[in-house]
Design a protein. Structure first.
Length: 196
């Protein structure tokens, strides 16, 4: 079998697809290895200079962590949320689209996991539901380049919630509701919707 002209019992396209898969797997291994080495060596700035000069002070822990990618500052993180409808008939579940955009000039990290990203639904002064009351899943560390946007959807099951994942919460009643997204110190404009 030639390198540029595959020969065999299968069509040449099959061999090219196999080669592409192998190359993609190798590339993924190299990328993961580089990220692993950076994670192990980039977070420990003190290892580069183990013997500071006699008059120098040891760096503060915050400065040591600055060697890696910084967390997104609230003023460099634009958070937006929209609902897929303004009114939901009985049985229809509200779905919210959450958009995070790095508006800063450098790449930054943000944990957008369920435990950190809060969608709070209220009706007047009544706290109805919060996505952080019963978070599911692991942390979701996002690396956002400047002007990069990440978009995800969150669905509400129309039931109330309480902190600590309390079971047997009542269903929300028909009425007008407001949802507010908060993440990493940044807050989105409220989304108003109705349940029928």
């Amino acid at each position: 079998m030639g390198v540029l002209r595959p020969e065999g019992s299968l069509p040449p396209r099959v061999y090219w697809v196999r080669r592409a898969v192998v190359l993609a797997a190798l590339l993924a291994v190299v990328v993961l290895a580089v990220m692993g080495v950076r994670a192990l060596t980039g977070g420990d700035a003190t290892a580069a200079d183990p013997t500071p000069s006699a008059g120098a002070e040891a760096p503060a822990p915050e400065e040591t962590q600055d060697a890696g990618t910084p967390a997104c500052a609230p003023d460099a993180l634009a958070v937006e949320m929209s609902a897929d409808a303004t009114s939901y008939p009985a049985g229809a579940l509200p779905t919210f689209t959450v958009r995070l955009t790095n508006t800063g000039g450098t790449a930054c990290l943000v944990d957008a996991g369920d435990a950190q990203r809060q969608i709070l639904i209220t009706s007047g002064s009544d706290r109805i539901w919060a996505s952080t009351d019963c978070p599911s899943g692991e942390p979701l560390q996002l690396l956002l380049a400047p002007d990069q946007t990440d978009e995800r959807q969150v669905q509400w099951d129309r039931n109330r919630s309480a902190e600590g994942c309390a079971p047997d919460q009542a269903a929300a009643q028909p009425g007008t509701y407001q949802a507010v997204l908060t993440l990493a110190g940044a807050t989105a404009e409220p989304v108003v919707f109705g349940l029928e």
